[in-house]
Design a protein around this ligand. Structure first.
Ligand code: SF4
Length: 294
């Protein structure tokens, strides 16, 4: 039998969210058949963590989940040692989740030491800073298909094009705004007044970051059916290096003007466009889409 690429899944400071998300991947059996898992915290694997921590093995793909803290201990070994050893043997290093990519949530607990494996927020830093082996799959958590896509591309020996933050372009060239069912409300500046409603855009009052967040959440739907904005919750920009921010469910404004405008548009142009769009009144967009009383 042909030997399978060896995959090692290591965890830093993590809530296990990406592991749990990946357990929902519909094609998990294909991944388990295609790759040999040397170690994974939950899935069946060849070795124990103790064996991996002895640094006597080598891997082809290193998947790192959680924020990186070089001082952290795993089965008696320093994280710095483990990452250096397995990172040097791997052909590809995949940071899964925003903590592994940029520091994420857990960076808040010790900003001086905790980073992603290749970036500290948007600055290249960490054990794999500027490494051409590094692929970042940011998200809190990632969609399981994002990792499935990346592993399938590796299995098929295909080139994965990445952006300046080392994220696959196929997954992150889009904005979360692309494919959102509320686009028409965004165009005509019709606000959603509350969370959970079907009508209105969440940009103006509820803090939606869809127009400035690189993610395919409205292209590759969650559980194949939905996304945050589709159920009436704003995108809070979890795939970007500045995540998490404060007051994520409110639109920050200066004199009633949104502090951040859609990516690539000047504030002046955006305000001109907004003024024109708001001068129209479109009764259809002010109605309930589905009237519960009929
Ligand atoms: S809810 Fe967010 S993603 Fe959807 S149209 Fe409005 S700004 Fe864009």
């Amino acid at each position: 039998m042909k030997s399978r690429p060896k995959l090692l899944w290591l965890q830093g400071v993590t809530c296990n969210g990406n592991t749990h998300s990946f357990l929902n991947y519909p094609h998990l059996s294909y991944i388990l058949e295609t790759f040999e898992f040397l170690y994974h915290p939950i899935l069946p694997a060849t070795y124990t963590l103790e064996k991996i921590a002895s640094c006597t093995q080598s891997c082809d793909i290193l998947i790192f989940e959680g924020a990186y803290d070089p001082r952290m201990m795993r089965a008696g070994s320093r994280m710095e040692t483990l990452v250096q050893h397995y990172g040097s043997t791997a052909n590809t290093i995949i940071a899964v989740g925003s903590c592994a990519s940029f520091g994420g949530m857990f960076k808040q607990s010790d900003p001086e030491y905790i980073t992603g494996v290749g970036f500290d927020r948007e600055i290249a830093k960490g054990p794999f800073a500027k490494s051409n082996k590094l692929i970042n799959l940011s998200g809190c958590p990632i969609h399981p298909e994002w990792l499935g896509y990346t592993l399938r591309m590796i299995a098929d020996n295909k080139v994965i094009l990445i952006d300046e933050m080392h994220r696959p372009k196929e997954l992150y060239a889009y904005l979360a705004h692309h494919g959102c069912t509320r686009n028409e409300y965004f165009e005509w500046k019709v606000d959603a007044e509350h969370f959970g409603t079907k009508e209105g855009c969440l940009f103006y009052k509820q803090g939606c970051r869809g127009p400035m967040t690189h993610a395919s959440c409205n292209k590759i739907l969650w559980n194949d059916v939905s996304s945050k904005t589709r159920i009436g919750s704003p995108c809070f920009g979890c795939t970007e290096p500045d995540f998490p921010r404060t007051n994520m469910f409110e639109t920050k404004t200066n004199m009633s003007i949104p502090q951040d405008v859609p990516l690539g548009i000047s504030k002046r142009s955006y305000l001109t466009l907004t003024g024109i769009a708001k001068s129209f009144r479109i009764p259809r967009l002010e109605k309930r889409l589905i009237d519960d009383n009929t």
